[in-house]
Design a protein around this ligand. Structure first.
Ligand SMILES: NC(=O)c1ccc[n+]([C@@H]2O[C@H](COP(=O)([O-])OP(=O)(O)OC[C@H]3O[C@@H](n4cnc5c(N)ncnc54)[C@H](OP(=O)(O)O)[C@@H]3O)[C@@H](O)[C@H]2O)c1
Length: 278
């Protein structure tokens, strides 16, 4: 095993039942000898992951709860204390992608749900667990954000708002905790995972487009692990994310207009709710 600060740590990973969270948990366990506590809601997916881990399964345990409730985080902290578990690293990765749509098409419940899962979950986890994490000499928090925090496009108002809030919070914490806790933020671009399940992405044209712009989940996990391993503080991964980062900074208004126009011109059913007249 190469020398790496991640080796043999105790890590909490939210959204460890699928996609990037599962990939990150697997690498932490198999490559770095970590003990991982995964958090998600689906027991079926967690059990499948345990089976897939085979001989490594004893380094993985899971807790099933909704990360968007503060109460669940308070109970989880109690569980850690009762069982003398001392976490070193918290990876906030659980998230949802609301269907691409116009802002006024979302119900208030849908908006609150996205904010609660994508943003408040991290607020709650960091607020409840920070005192425990800071007892570790290698305390770390890594928040999996999104390229949607780098530029807001038509159809992504709610998702971008939740991820922009997470980015702002993480960046302040990075400076407040400098020297005591490594705080990293990852902004992946489109990545092939199940997160698109509600997007009507079974449409053949949409699938082709997503395939064209997406990074494979394995590759994204490798990039993330490499970035975290080097304690990078801002990680923008994927060509689409790099473009959004550049245009978001250099042409904050024109960039959003240009990208949104390309989405409209694509005439993909994926974006029907955004661009079709009501
Ligand atoms: N895929 C992309 O293109 C992309 C791009 C940029 C950023 N991201 C971000 O990357 C992160 C991981 O996404 P992914 O693509 O790997 O998606 P995914 O495969 O759908 O995984 C999402 C994970 O979050 C968990 N989760 C969702 N809501 C939860 C809740 N309320 N409570 C507890 N767990 C919850 C899910 O577990 P259960 O269903 O078992 O609860 C699942 O394990 C997300 O934050 C996402 O916003 C993804």
């Amino acid at each position: 095993m190469d020398k790496n600060w991640l080796n043999f740590k105790t890590v909490i990973v939210t959204g460890a039942s699928s996609g990037m969270g599962k990939g990150i948990a697997e690498k932490l366990i198999k490559v770095h000898g970590c003990n991982v506590i995964g958090i998600a809601r689906s027991e079926k997916k967690m059990k499948t992951f345990v089976e897939e881990l085979g001989e490594y399964a004893d380094r993985f345990s899971y807790q099933l709860f909704d990360v968007s409730s503060l109460e669940n985080w308070v109970d989880f902290r109690q569980y850690l204390e009762d069982n003398h578990i001392k976490p070193d690293i918290l990876i906030n990765n659980a998230g949802i992608l609301p269907k691409f749509d116009k802002f006024q098409h979302y119900t208030i419940e849908e908006i609150e749900s996205a904010m609660n899962i994508n943003f408040y979950s991290a607020v709650y986890s960091m607020h409840t667990l920070l005192p425990l994490l800071l007892k570790s000499p290698s305390a770390a928090i890594i928040n999996v954000d999104s390229s949607a925090a780098l530029m807001s496009l038509a159809g992504t108002s709610v998702y971008s708002a939740s991820k922009s809030a997470l980015k702002a919070l993480t960046e302040s914490m990075r400076e407040e905790l400098r020297g005591k806790c490594y705080v990293g933020i990852v902004c992946p671009g489109f990545t092939k995972t199940d997160i698109f399940r509600n997007q009507g992405s079974s449409d053949e044209k949409a699938q082709k487009m997503l395939n064209m712009v997406s990074t494979s989940c394995d590759k994204m996990v490798k990039l993330i692990m490499n970035g975290i391993g080097k304690q990078h503080e801002l990680m923008v991964f994927g060509k689409d994310a790099a473009f959004m980062n550049y245009f978001g900074r250099m042409m904050p208004v024109l960039g959003g207009r240009l990208f949104s126009a390309v989405m409209k011109m694509s005439k993909l059913p994926l974006f029907d709710g955004v661009f079709k007249e009501d």
